[in-house]
Design a protein around this ligand. Structure first.
Ligand code: PLP
Length: 408
């Protein structure tokens, strides 16, 4: 029998108005389209992947197996096991020279949940949240979910897709509640230097009403040398929240563990929210995370070495493609070329007006899946992931090149 809505007395399924505030991530939509074509028997080269194509290191898997045998099978504290939060504090000391206490740490089911907690915990109706573009799409969706107003600041290719002090300064108003950015950045690969972060920190020192969310999930995947956190500026540390997790640096996307380091009041708010949404994250993952965060980073470094080789090859291949313009990515595992050279061109019935069209054309005609830049707030670019073998990357670029040559 059809569902009868008690309010409208019809068989319509009335869903909450909350759902209309944000959309499904474009990254997931492209992955779905690629899967559908593959299911039809087509050989699709996947350059849309947002996760390392490596296995989780053995010593972490062993720790998880032991946790199962040792019966870590009960509910966990909402903010995470104390010894895990201590291990996270140890990680911040070791890698970032940052000093936190366990009460500053909240462990969640992925960095995505950490972001959801902190945005829902701080942003209210009408608050403005500044996000430099291109940005990871979930930031804007979560701000909209919280009833906040997203204020996108367009960064330029020539500036390496990094926000300038002048841009930041003029974007801040009395209504600004939050600033969210990632370094290394998904999708551009931009990495802010120590000096650039110091200049941004100075702006925040003049604006004590702004909370800074620094997403550092790609911390270890850095080709420029050192990772710096804006939280190392003591003057703003008491309103900076670092987001990090195991997904990218330890090839553990499916294990679902993220964490934040935050001022105690914010950590408590996030604990309260999470207590009603999901409670503490998976016990086995938490035990394995202690091993991940306290062991030497050899496996991570091996993975990054391989990403660095692929990045070099991707840059060579991109330079061979007519009209691609791009800064070299200093971190993460993505290239983000501007493809507007192809706008206005066509191949038979396929007309390219923007990055969405080009990404769809490459999928349908070239059999290569990419992600349109509009998923990240920039409809002039596409994101090409090098979380795939060099062989597949070369095959994918060969196809991209052939497909683009057909556009006149
Ligand atoms: N932040 C950025 C910039 C990301 O790219 C991602 C995943 O793609 C996340 C956060 C979420 O990571 P997690 O798998 O820990 O939820």
């Amino acid at each position: 029998m059809a569902y009868i809505c008690p309010f409208h007395k019809t068989d319509c399924m009335q869903l909450s108005s909350l759902l209309s505030r944000f959309s499904e991530p474009e990254t997931l939509r492209m992955a779905k389209l690629g899967r559908e074509l593959r299911a039809k028997g087509l050989d699709i080269v996947d350059l849309s992947l947002g996760e390392p194509d490596f296995d989780t290191p053995d010593h972490i898997k062993e720790a998880a197996k032991k946790a199962i045998d040792d019966n870590w099978s009960h509910y966990t504290p909402v903010a995470g096991f104390l010894d895990l939060r201590e291990a996270i504090c140890h990680k911040f000391e070791r890698d970032n020279d940052l000093h936190y206490k366990p009460e500053n740490i909240v462990v969640s089911t992925g960095a995505k949940q950490s972001l959801a907690n902190v945005i829902l915990g701080i942003v209210d109706q009408g608050h403005e949240v500044i996000i430099p573009t291109p940005f990871w799409v979930t930031y804007a969706a979560l701000v909209q979910l919280a009833g906040g107003k997203v204020k996108l600041i367009k960064t330029e290719l020539e500036k390496g897709y990094k926000i300038t002090v002048e841009q930041l300064e003029s974007a801040i108003t009395p209504k600004t509640r939050m600033f969210i950015f990632s370094s290394p950045c998904n999708p551009s690969g931009a990495v802010y230097t120590k000096e650039e972060l110091a200049s941004l920190a100075e702006v925040f020192m003049r604006n004590p009403h702004v909370v800074i969310i620094s997403d550092e999930i790609y911390e270890y995947i850095n080709y420029s040398g050192e990772h710096h956190s804006i939280a190392s500026h003591e003057e703003i540390k008491d309103r900076t929240v670092i987001i990090n997790g195991l997904s990218k640096g330890f090839a553990m996307t499916g294990w679902r563990l993220g964490f934040m380091a935050a001022p105690v009041e914010i950590a408590k708010a996030c604990d309260k929210l999470q207590g009603q949404f999901t409670s503490g994250t998976n016990a086995i993952t938490q035990r394995a995370a202690i091993t991940a965060l306290t062991s030497p980073l050899d496996a991570t470094q091996e993975m990054v070495k391989e990403f660095a080789n692929r990045r070099k090859r991707v840059l060579e291949l991109m330079r061979e493609i007519e009209g691609f313009r791009f800064p070299e990515p200093d971190g993460a595992f993505y290239a983000f070329p501007c493809v507007d050279h192809y706008f206005g061109k066509k191949d038979g019935g396929d007309v390219i007006s923007n990055a969405d069209d080009l990404s769809m054309y490459l999928l349908n005609k070239g059999h290569v899946s990419t992600v349109t830049g509009s998923a990240f707030g920039d409809d002039h670019c596409i994101r090409l992931s090098f979380a795939n073998s060099t062989q597949n990357i070369e095959k994918g670029f060969q196809r991209i090149s052939e497909a683009l040559q057909k556009l006149k």
